[in-house]
Ligand binder design. Structure first.
Ligand code: SF4
Length: 517
């Protein structure tokens, strides 16, 4: 008689870390499974904090939320851009490959450390010992101020306890953070995870005694710390706007070196230029600093921002008025010219999308849609309300599908967006600009911001003729499955695609039914 071994289904709550062994789990394993595993493995507290700091729609399906690159890239980049700071990744080899590739693509010019693991080291706890060993080996005070260790998806889900690492080795600060894709929605917010952890560390140092002054010494004037990476000329422009109030621009957080963290905490107020730095804001508020949202973009934006920053910094109204009038004079002529003519849709994942939207509207553009991968926070509410009052549709946590739907709906003369949006726009013969490379990489604040944006946007809209010429030239080479020059044009087989789709749906339903038992 044939005997079969009965397979008993494990109860859903008993998610074992061994189910997460090895590579290949993560992005494709389903966030729910990893989230449940991480909570069971002792990461409930950190994940609950992430859920509060970086809220997302619980009911959103995979296509109803922003499609981010691996979020850990945000933290990795912050670490790699800091002087005398080394970063070690702990995660699946495929994730680490992708992250190091991307960081070198963006010019990291520095090695990324990696502690590999296998099923055995993961489930026996040896991985943590390996990480501890690596940290001790790397913590050289001659070379480093800080050493950052980032747990990626699988080690986080398996509960690798970075919090048990020593806080400091030979004077080198050790910062261990969990940055799983299933807990931190976008790479923008992952920047906040590391920057917030560093500020927390630096604040504790300040509380425990005197700390080193910044390299160039303390600023002569009270400073406003700037939250969010920006074009290098922007802090200079902001300092000019603040000068009549007797204020200056403080360090930009994430900072470029450890001592700047102290200088940032030493500010009179904080400008949350990018609105998603929730953990950093928590640290600044714990240090007693007021935080002001939005930024000095466009005429109205600059006027509002100077008023709010002046008030938050305890500046007398007469001085605030002097600063506002100076900005008004400098910008009025430029803005009054309102030279941008055309309809624009805009989307991105940098966090400055609403600011760019405001600036474009003030420059005369007919902006219909602003999509951002970032969530609504207290620091972008004012910008969102301002845009809505001008008839602009604002979409937080925008998915690619929503960005594309907006482009189809509003038929813009220019689509500013992420790579896939720009790709679709080009296909549709619509002039387009990459948000990250072409908009984020130029000044946005004050007079310089308005002048520079007007120029690039006008030039892009003016490209419509070139697109039309290209279309008439290449138009005959086909589209979709028939793109290219063929001896015999491929025949489309929509029925094959439909059949594959049907089979995949059936498989999915079957799996769901099995899960429900
Ligand atoms: S670490 Fe990044 S690449 Fe790896 S599974 Fe998580 S989200 Fe995906």
């Amino acid at each position: 008689m044939t005997r079969t071994i009965p397979i008993a289904k494990a109860p859903a709550e008993q998610v074992s870390s061994t189910t997460l062994e090895g590579d290949g789990m993560g992005c494709h394993a389903g966030g729910e499974t990893l989230l449940a595993a991480a909570k069971q493995a002792g990461k409930s507290e950190v994940l609950a904090q992430y859920a509060k700091d970086y809220p997302r729609n619980e009911n959103a399906g995979p296509h109803d939320q922003p499609q981010s690159m691996c979020p850990a890239f945000g933290s990795l980049r912050v670490g790699l851009r800091m002087k005398r700071t080394a970063t070690i990744l702990s995660g699946s080899a495929c994730c680490v490959y992708g992250l190091t590739f991307t960081s070198h693509f963006y010019g990291a010019r520095r090695s990324v450390g990696y502690v590999p693991f296998n099923s055995e080291t993961l489930v026996t706890g040896k991985l943590f010992e390996d990480i501890r060993e690596a940290v001790h080996a790397q913590a050289d005070p001659e070379k480093l101020d800080a050493l950052v260790i980032i747990n990626l998806c699988v080690p986080t889900a398996s509960g690798v306890p970075l919090q048990l690492l020593p806080k400091e080795i030979n004077g080198v600060r050790i910062i261990g953070i969990d940055v799983p894709g299933f807990g931190v929605p976008t790479h923008a917010e992952a920047k906040d995870v590391l920057a917030g952890a560093m500020l927390r560390y630096a604040r504790q140092e300040v509380l425990s005694g005197p700390v080193a002054a910044p390299q160039g010494g303390r600023k002569a004037l009270p400073s406003v710390a700037l939250l969010g990476e920006m074009f290098p000329a922007d802090p200079i422009g902001i300092a000019q706007l603040l000068a009549p109030m007797g204020l200056t621009a403080g360090p930009v957080v994430p900072t470029r070196e450890w001592r700047e963290l102290y200088a940032a905490l030493d500010c009179v107020s904080v400008a949350a230029i990018h609105p998603f730095y929730t953990a950093c804001v928590r640290e600044f508020e714990a240090a007693g600093r007021s935080v002001v949202g939005s930024a000095p973009v466009g005429l109205e934006g600059t006027q509002d921002w100077l008023q709010n920053i002046g008030q938050a910094s305890g500046i007398a109204q007469e001085k605030i008025d002097v600063a506002r009038n100076q900005a008004l004079q400098a910008m009025q002529g430029l803005m009054m010219a309102k030279p941008i003519q055309g309809r624009i849709t805009l989307s991105g994942y940098e966090g400055s999308e609403l600011l760019v939207g405001r600036l474009l509207v003030e420059c005369g553009a007919d902006v219909r849609y602003v999509g951002t991968a970032c969530p609504a926070t207290p620091w972008n509410q004012h910008d969102a309300a301002w845009l809505a009052a001008k008839g602009v549709q604002v979409q937080f946590r925008a998915s690619l599908e929503q960005d594309l739907a907006a482009m189809h709906e509003y038929q813009p003369d220019l689509a500013i967006g992420t790579t896939p949006v720009v790709q679709k726009a080009k296909e549709a013969c619509v002039p387009s600009l990459y948000f990250t490379n072409l908009i984020s990489a130029r000044p946005l604040m004050g007079v310089a911001g308005a002048g520079s944006l007007i120029q690039v946007v006008q030039a892009a809209i003016g490209n419509q003729n070139r697109f039309d010429r290209m279309k008439s030239f290449f138009g005959g080479t086909g589209a979709g499955h028939a793109t290219g020059v063929w001896q015999s044009v491929p025949v489309d087989r929509p029925e094959f695609r439909a059949e594959t789709k049907r089979q995949l749906e059936r498989l999915q339903k079957k799996r769901k039914a099995e899960e429900m038992g």
